[in-house]
Design a protein around this ligand. Sequence first.
Ligand SMILES: Nc1nc2c(ncn2[C@@H]2O[C@H](COP(=O)(O)OP(=O)(O)OP(=O)(O)O)[C@@H](O)[C@H]2O)c(=O)[nH]1
Ligand SMILES: [Mg+2]
Length: 272
Amino acid sequence: MRYAQLVVGPAGSGKSTYCSAVAQHALDSKRQIDVVNLDPAAEYFNYQPTIDIRDLIHVQDTMENEDLQFGPNGGLIFCMEYLLENADWLREQLGEQEDDYILFDCPGQIELYTHLKVIRKLVNLLQSWNFNLCCVYLIDVQFMTDGAKFISGAMSALSVMVNLELPHLNLLTKMDLLSKSTKRQLDKFLEPDSHALLGDIELNHSWFNDKYKRLTDAIGELVEDQSLVRFIPLNLKDEENMADVLLTIDNVIQFGEDQDIKTKDYEALDDE
Ligand SMILES: Nc1nc2c(ncn2[C@@H]2O[C@H](COP(=O)(O)OP(=O)(O)OP(=O)(O)O)[C@@H](O)[C@H]2O)c(=O)[nH]1
Ligand SMILES: [Mg+2]
């Protein structure tokens, strides 16, 4: 088995920073976690990728090519499809090392995760190459600090969950930027409680707003009752928090469980 996190989320939500921090954190605790850059438009990131999609194709290639002439968004989708068509390249680069643990730093175009199938197809491939995968959806906490924003963020997370069909974790990034009072406000939302969420949304009475409020009420209740989406705060400056988040993800992708089973097998043999 091999293990991987598919690190996805909106543009600028902190994916590359997260990958670099997790790889460093792992190194500090004598573990090896590698980062693969899957963003063909990446200009800067603060880690040394073991594999870089830009060695295969760069978004600039698709924009400058006379026949293609894509803009940045279409170009990016073209690159991801090109990667799938050249899956052998990726397979070769990944090798076949057992117990590898990889972070896939994905592009920040949200349609890739909510609507399009190209990442879903990539997931299928990785799974067929023995990767135990988990989707780590990053969202900037500043877009989650009032009721309406929180519901909208929860809905975007839900679309990604439904589209990718992977074990899924939502992380709230940039926690270090929140003021104490905003943090308190956020705490109310983190224990899903539609009343806390909805009490926050104030609307003038009108035909549309009454209908809109009923819809929002229903969505809020659904999120609460079904515990559909949960968000875990991530603070890269807090080592303990980092360790907790990593442990949670390890459990989801069953990293380390194999070792337990092996030891248990030996114990069982000893007893005989
Ligand atoms: N204060 C703070 N800033 C952060 C944190 N994570 C990311 N940033 C900043 O947010 C900006 C975007 O971070 P990136 O890691 O490049 O985000 P990304 O999701 O990879 O962006 P794209 O690849 O363009 O979609 C950078 O300026 C980071 O320094 C964080 O935890 N705290
Ligand atoms: Mg990035």
